[in-house]
Design a protein around this ligand. Structure first.
Ligand SMILES: [Zn+2]
Length: 399
């Protein structure tokens, strides 16, 4: 390829996605980057708008570790997969408990998730992307990092230490969001706030962000007392709306009915390496009634991606069907382990983020590994849909 034409110099990844949809613009890719088409299409963007994330390719989790960084510098040869797996730093952070299962709105959950991934547009983040801002906290003129904005700034510090929680929040020196978050969420909210379930911390983080935006964009100062009273009021309002939603079903439904709306979901995938084509199969079983589903996915780079896509498709379908209690079973141990530990997998970032995001919309969900033998039904569905697709492709064109 020759040098890029002037109109394409500032091309970014988002220019290759269809507007309003998280799908690749195939015609555009074909026109601009025809040689990279297959590699681009094999990257599956998140359907639920997960924020972009840098991925370190020398570990299978995509998380950077100094050891693999050092190894990459010393040797230009690629690190052996087994070695990388052994050295990869496993995150012990429980994402399900500390983010997706929080008693708060989906909007705040997503915000917390982005915050913990360093993906909210603070001054420092904007500067690092080359945007011409001073990158400083508007209150104290120190660099506005996420930790600064939400904890270290004296304004944030006063909000936290005044919060009506037990045990009260006290900190000195530096505090880092990810390591402190589980502890902040474990605090009980004191009466008479009326916040009887869940933690106050997510609501406080959200109000700190809103107060920051009021100051930055409207020059409006929100007091520390206002931040806390808004956090308490919105938490209480949400809890009341939840009671309203859940109480009638709890009262009417006898225990056996609760058992009856529980659904077993088994997923599997079949993968054709030369065509990067995958058959996705899944079955649901409730009250002894079985239903089968399958679909085809193109540009699938690995069998693991195929397994992930099968589970994502199945969960979307279950959500659309209005199912609320799901037990997911798959014979992919790597996938199940990655979901339960919320550890990243290279190439599956968007898919795993979607699975987590969709999972949070169910009342109850669990992810379980089963043997291949027990997953025969879903396996058959995946293989069938793949082989009939291959048969159609192999057939001579008929009018
Ligand atoms: Zn500050």
């Amino acid at each position: 390829m020759g040098p890029a034409p002037e109109t394409l110099i500032n091309l970014t990844v988002s220019d290759l996605l269809l507007p309003d949809r998280n799908e690749w613009d195939i015609a555009k890719i074909h026109q601009i980057l025809p040689f990279e088409e297959q590699r681009i299409l094999a990257i599956k963007p998140s359907l639920t708008g997960a924020p972009d994330k840098l991925s370190w390719l020398s570990t299978d989790t995509g998380e950077y570790s100094t050891k693999t960084g050092y190894a990459a510098v010393l040797s230009s040869r690629s690190t052996e997969a087994g070695e990388a797996r052994a050295t990869a730093e496993r995150s012990t952070f429980d994402w399900r408990k500390n983010v997706w299962k929080l008693q708060t709105t989906p909007k705040i959950k997503l915000f917390i998730w982005k915050t913990l991934h360093g993906a909210i547009p603070t001054g420092e983040a904007l500067r690092s992307r080359g945007i011409n801002v001073d990158g400083l906290c508007k209150r104290c003129k120190l660099p506005e990092s996420i930790d600064h904005l939400l904890f270290q700034c004296s304004y944030a510090r006063q909000v936290w230490t005044s919060a009506p929680v037990y045990p009260s929040i006290e900190y000195s020196g530096s505090i880092e969001l990810r390591s402190s978050w589980p502890d902040l969420c474990s605090k009980k909210t004191l009466p008479p706030t009326g916040v009887s379930i869940g933690a106050l911390a997510p609501w406080i983080v959200w109000q700190l962000w809103l107060a920051r935006n009021k100051l930055v964009f409207e020059d409006k100062i929100i007091t520390i007392e206002e931040v806390l009273s808004k956090a308490v009021a919105s938490a209480r309002e949400w809890i009341t709306s939840q009671d309203h939603l859940t109480q009638p079903t709890r009262l009417i439904a006898p225990p056996t009915m609760l058992q009856a709306d529980y659904v077993l979901l088994r997923t599997d995938a079949a993968w054709n390496e030369s065509l990067n084509l995958a058959g996705l199969g899944w079955m649901t079983k409730r009250q002894g009634r079985e239903s089968s589903f399958s679909s085809i996915a193109q540009h699938v780079a690995t069998p693991l991606a195929a397994e992930g896509l099968a589970l994502r498709e199945a969960l979307l379908k279950c959500r659309d069907m209005g199912l609320s209690k799901i037990r997911c079973e798959s014979d992919s141990a790597i996938l199940i382990k990655a979901i339960n530990a919320n550890s990243p997998l290279v190439g599956l970032y968007g898919i795993l983020a979607d699975i987590n995001s969709i999972a949070s919309s169910f009342d109850s969900i669990s992810f379980n590994w089963i043997s291949r033998e027990r997953n025969g039904k879903a396996d058959g569905l995946a293989k069938n849909v793949l082989s009939s697709e291959l048969a159609v492709m192999a057939a001579p064109n008929t009018v």
